[in-house]
Design a protein. Structure first.
Length: 56
């Protein structure tokens, strides 16, 4: 699983005018899943199912 920073650099993600992360393929806002036992949140696209980790 790639990080959101790497996804932004590679063009898989982009930020809209409100600084929300969106999937470049589907143009859907990414969902956030917070796991208190991990050091990162999981950001995923509800449309295509791809996911990225968002380091806190």
């Amino acid at each position: 699983m790639k990080s959101t920073r790497k996804g932004l650099r590679e063009g898989e993600l982009f930020k809209d005018n409100y600084e929300r992360l969106k999937c470049a393929e589907c143009e859907e806002v990414l969902d956030r899943r917070d796991d208190p036992d991990e050091l990162f949140d999981v950001r995923s696209c509800s449309e295509c199912g791809r996911s990225w980790k968002d380091i806190r």
